[in-house]
Write a new protein. Structure first.
Length: 409
């Protein structure tokens, strides 16, 4: 195994670009492509643990639907953040479509354009009673006395349904844009057909959620600092990458396809982002995405996938995606491609040292780089001392509030 090398990708990028492009779309049918990310945090034994899956800072434009989940008092206890699945449609002619996505052991928290939204109890939608869809945050706050909704997500299924989708190839509608920058807009840079739904227009269907379901890989840090990866699924994972970024220096190791288990040494921090981006785009195209889709996915998440810290990045198998997020599209597409990237945040000795040093120095800008995953990092640092961890979290919130003119409530 070598750093900065992808030996398993034997198909050349040029061949992939030729095979996977919009010219291959069947002229009489509907083609649907989707990409998204499942983000989790590895505990000391390598399995996914509870963490602040939602948080209260939004990186989305205000026109995206959000019914009060962010900043929800008490939070939502989950293990996986389902980040930005994006559904693209391709057709040679105009067509009307209907889409429904369900999320067993999860809820959908944000979406656009407008859709019919429901949350069901008892693990499914068949015969169960929906929980007040228009004020789900309020229901969660008072779940003990109202609907008894289980905020741990174990017996909950979220559902989102878009009716009367008008797929309009060749059109150039005016799409909503706000003055503030957002990673949301990068997903528009494809050749997908524009969509019109109930007076709203977009290049894709967008949604996010939080859930509690088993991820296929575990990632445990051994006593010598290496990362032990185990595949608990029934199929090989197409590609596995161990990535690190410390103080702006990055590196990665590519393990290729894996089943069973493997152990990865920490990468040398002498990597090239351009090479990593090329390798990832090539991998995503090999899984069936069009080149512009793969590029849009990486541009959407470049400041998140490659932020400070250590993480495992892998391709989620298509059967796992279908089981976690059942998708129904009418009329039935001639081709459906769903490519999801798994991200497992790993608390390595290097991450611990970086956070501990920054806390000791009162270097809150550095601590803030880890803020999304700070809670599980502090639990690892201050084992058995929740008061100390809480003190650090409060000091970080005070720093964020003073810098931004307000903090998370």
């Amino acid at each position: 195994m070598k750093t900065l090398v992808t030996p398993v990708l034997i198909i050349s990028a040029a061949a992939l670009l030729t095979a996977a492009n919009v010219d291959s779309i069947q002229p009489g049918g509907l083609t649907v492509h989707e990409w998204g990310t499942f983000t989790s945090v590895a505990g000391e034994d390598g399995s996914a643990i509870d963490w602040s899956v939602l948080g209260c800072k939004s990186d989305l434009p205000r026109f995206v639907n959000d019914f009060g989940y962010r900043g929800l008092k008490g939070g939502i206890a989950g293990t996986v953040r389902m980040e930005t699945p994006v559904l693209y449609f391709y057709s040679a002619r105009e067509v009307d479509a209907h889409v429904k996505v369900t999320f067993p052991q999860g809820i959908i928290t944000e979406w656009y354009p407008q859709a019919e939204y429901e949350v069901h109890q008892n693990g499914g939608t068949d015969g169960s009673t929906p929980v007040a869809p228009r004020n789900i945050a309020g229901c969660m706050k008072c779940h003990a006395s109202l609907n008894g909704i289980n905020t741990s997500l174990e017996n909950v299924t979220g559902a989102l349904e878009w009716s009367n989708i008008h797929v309009q190839p060749g059109s150039s509608p005016s799409l909503p844009v706000e003055s503030e920058p957002s990673r949301y807009y990068a997903a528009r840079q494809t050749e997908a057909a524009p969509l019109a739904i109930g007076g709203q227009q977009e290049k894709f269907l967008f949604y996010r959620g939080v859930g509690r379901f088993p991820v296929p890989l575990s990632a445990r840090v051994s006593s010598d600092g290496r990362v032990v990866v185990e595949n608990h699924g029934q199929r090989p994972v197409a590609n596995v990458i161990l990535f690190e970024n410390h103080d702006g220096r990055m590196g990665y190791r590519t393990a290729g396809a894996m089943e069973g288990s493997l152990t990865l040494d920490a990468p040398r921090l002498d990597g090239s982002f351009s090479q990593l981006r090329h390798d990832l785009e090539t991998t995503l195209i090999a899984q069936g995405l069009f080149p512009k889709e793969a590029h849009a996915m990486i541009e959407t998440w470049r400041d998140s996938w490659f932020e400070e810290g250590s993480r495992l990045i892998y391709i989620v198998t298509a059967p796992t995606v279908d089981a976690v997020l059942p998708l129904q599209v009418e009329p039935a597409p001639s081709e459906t491609v769903r490519v999801f990237v798994g991200r497992i945040e790993v608390v390595t000795p290097g991450t611990r040292r970086s956070v501990e040093t920054a806390i000791a120095k009162g270097d809150w800008p550095t601590v803030d780089r880890y803020s999304r995953f700070l809670e599980p990092i502090l639990k690892r640092i201050y084992t058995g001392n929740r008061a100390k961890a809480g003190e650090v979290e409060n000091r970080l919130r005070n720093f964020q509030a003073s810098r931004e003119g307000g903090g998370c409530r």
